[in-house]
Structure formats: C-alpha cells, structure tokens
Unconditional design. Structure first.
Length: 133
C-alpha cells in the first residue's frame, strides 16, 4: 500500500528550504500531496500579498518531481476538506507552522480523524534539519 504524505505551504519563491522540505517529506511516504495556500489566506495570515499569485505558485509545485499531486487549499481558511480527499497517512509541517498545527488538531478532533502530524525541524543556521519530531 502506498503511504500518503500531505504538506501545506505558501511556497512563494521556491528556495532551498522549500526544496529540502519537499525532499524530506517525500522520504516519509510513497506519495507526496501538497496543499498550496490561497492568496487570500496569505494576506490574512501574513498581512502581505505573496510575490507570486496562487496559480503561479501551484504550477511551480506541480512541476516538482517529488510531488504526486498539488492543489490549492480549501476556499475557507481552517477548512481541511483536502484531508478527506487525499486520506493521508501522515501530515508533515515545517518548523514554523505551529498555528497551522493547532488548526489541524482541532479539525482532526472535530472530524474524529486520527492522523499523525510530524515536523521538519530547523537548525540554528536557518537550514532545515533532517530530524523529524
């Protein structure tokens, strides 16, 4: 059976940290699914507009060889219908996605779902670390 991994992110201007994150998360399963943040969510959560619009960011992620499938996040912030569609075995977040973790945990409890959430850690020099926790 193929193990499915789901990740979330803005992925605005794909940089080395994003690439490392995608490669590390792909190692945690057979199929990597990516939910790309909508422009409206970026503006609401980060108080700024992304440099690249959601369609550009989505296309860039879809072209990555590690990625099985990428789609835009749900229209409504805090809705995680993608979890029902993808049925991931694991959700992996970046070291800086603590608020997302809280929202996901609430959604999982409310929807009576048990899916482990793991993190890719950051090293002191700003690089992503290999350890997950």
């Amino acid at each position: 059976m193929n193990r499915r991994v789901l990740v979330f992110g803005t992925f605005d201007g794909l940089h080395a940290g994003h690439l490392f994150f995608l490669k590390q998360t792909k190692r945690e399963g057979d199929l990597l699914f990516v939910s790309v943040a909508r422009d409206s969510h970026v503006r609401e959560l980060k108080n700024k507009s992304p440099k690249n619009n959601e369609q550009q960011r989505l296309k860039t992620i879809q072209q990555r060889e590690e990625v099985e499938n990428a789609e835009l996040s749900d229209e409504r912030l805090g809705s995680f219908d993608i979890i029902n569609r993808i049925a991931p075995d694991t959700i992996i977040l970046g070291y800086d996605q603590k608020d997302l973790e809280s929202s996901l945990k609430k959604w999982l409890i409310d929807n009576k779902r048990e899916i482990p959430i793991k993190f890719i850690k950051q090293l002191k020099d700003g690089e992503y670390g290999k350890n997950m926790g």
